[in-house]
Design a protein around this ligand. Structure first.
Ligand SMILES: Cc1ncc(COP(=O)(O)O)c(C=O)c1O
Length: 397
């Protein structure tokens, strides 16, 4: 029988359990190799390594067996030739852009990308002589028009935060290929369980592995995935600039991935149930969930996604006061940023992520006072719904 640690089966849950593991000395789990340096057996091995004739981890910034196991497993899940792990999602995002863009070059990005990604692109990149054009999400004519001779890449997310907008991946691929630029998708909210942008022709996929992939709210990480050719500048960048994930975090990522399929199936199902419940509640004005028939891109989501993830965003039918009353009424769902873990987490984007943005600017971005983002967790669906129901019923008036 083929060793499932060596040969991917193509079945995501089997590969999540077995593929990429390094089972030294009979260990069933890949050990945590804390070694920062890797010694050569003898002079001959050192010379052969220098000539590129034998593989060797050499030094922690360049290689590590625990990291390699995690990278191989994630690459198999995403259908990528190569995965590069970083110490956070933002390290992965910034490494991709800085590795690929020289001074004088240009990037195109959609306007509802993660706040810090947009910050980086619009405020930090100009310091290095790299320009950016921010285009409205869903406006593919604007995206195509924004590409110019100096453009290196088009960056988008799908689904996006907090409105769960869906990028039309096929259209982005067509524009990028037509204009000979790279296409990059941050697929954090979807995960490879629900969508595989590389299969659709995207060049580079990014994840914050902090979220669903590690899946337990206990480790930060980021991943860059694609062909060896597309990711080579990022690989070389990481060797120089660092930002590598540590071995213990890799172990936690591997451990989290063992239950990846089980968690995603459950989360997809519970989130659909929760969105259905919220959609019919009189104190909820509107629900944003790609799996919900009222989502304006439901058909597109169904075309390019296998499941719709576990973030459900909704508007309380009322004002800020009523929205805060709802948040105060929650007993099970906790208040906090992030998503993709076992615990249901609620954020109020206006007062949490956008607290330092003026109300006018917030409203321009669509971050209204009544907006609530729920990251559905692994609790019993009936308990999550009962908690939401209790808090909604508790809203005065
Ligand atoms: C879509 C998306 N990309 C990237 C990031 C950054 O990831 P990290 O927090 O792991 O740096 C986040 C974080 O919330 C995110 O939501």
């Amino acid at each position: 029988m083929d060793d499932p640690a060596v040969q991917p089966t193509g079945h995501p849950q089997t590969d999540a359990v077995h593929f990429g593991e390094k089972r030294w000395m009979g260990t069933i789990t890949t050990p945590v190799a804390l070694s920062s340096t890797f010694v050569f057996r003898d002079v001959d091995e050192m010379i052969a390594f220098g000539r590129n004739e034998v593989p060797h981890y050499e030094y922690g910034r360049y290689g590590n067996p625990t990291r390699e196991a995690a990278e191989r497993k994630l690459a198999a899940l995403e259908g990528a030739e190569r995965c590069l792990l970083f110490d956070s999602g933002m390290s992965a995002v910034t490494a991709v852009i800085l590795a690929l863009c020289d001074a004088g070059r240009h990037v195109v990005i959609t306007d509802d990308a993660y706040k810090q990604t947009l910050n980086f692109v619009t405020r930090v990149l100009p310091r290095f002589g790299i320009a950016a054009t921010v285009v409205p999400m869903g406006d593919y004519d604007a995206m195509a028009d924004a590409v110019r001779d100096e453009t290196v890449l088009i960056f988008s997310e799908s689904p996006t935060n907090p409105y769960l907008n869906i990028a039309d991946v096929d259209r982005i691929v067509r524009i990028a290929r037509d204009r000979r630029v790279l296409s990059v998708i941050d697929s954090t909210f979807a995960t490879p369980w629900n969508q595989r942008p590389l299969d659709q022709g995207i060049d580079i996929v990014i994840h914050s592995t902090t979220k669903y992939l590690a899946g337990h709210n206990d480790v930060l990480g980021g991943a860059v995935l694609g062909s060896v050719a597309a990711t080579e500048p990022v690989y070389q960048w990481r060797r120089v600039a660092g930002g590598v994930i540590d071995p213990m975090s890799c172990y936690l990522l591997i451990r989290g991935l063992k239950t990846f399929g089980l968690r995603m199936e459950r989360l997809n199902r519970t989130a659909a149930e929760v969105a259905g419940f919220l959609g019919q509640h009189p104190k909820v004005r509107r629900v944003y969930y790609p799996g919900h028939p009222t989502h304006r891109q439901h058909d597109l989501a169904r075309r390019q996604m296998k499941g719709f993830g576990a973030v459900v965003t909704f508007e309380i039918d009322g004002d800020l006061e009523k929205t805060l009353a709802f948040l105060r009424g929650l007993r099970l769902c906790m208040l906090g940023p992030s998503l993709g873990g076992p615990e249901s987490l609620v954020t109020h984007p206006a007062l949490n992520s956008y607290y330092n943005v003026s109300r006018e600017e917030r409203y321009r971005l669509g971050i209204i006072d009544e907006l609530v983002r729920l990251s559905v967790g692994l609790e019993e669906p009936a308990d999550i719904i009962a908690d939401l129901n209790g808090a909604l019923d508790g809203i005065p008036g």
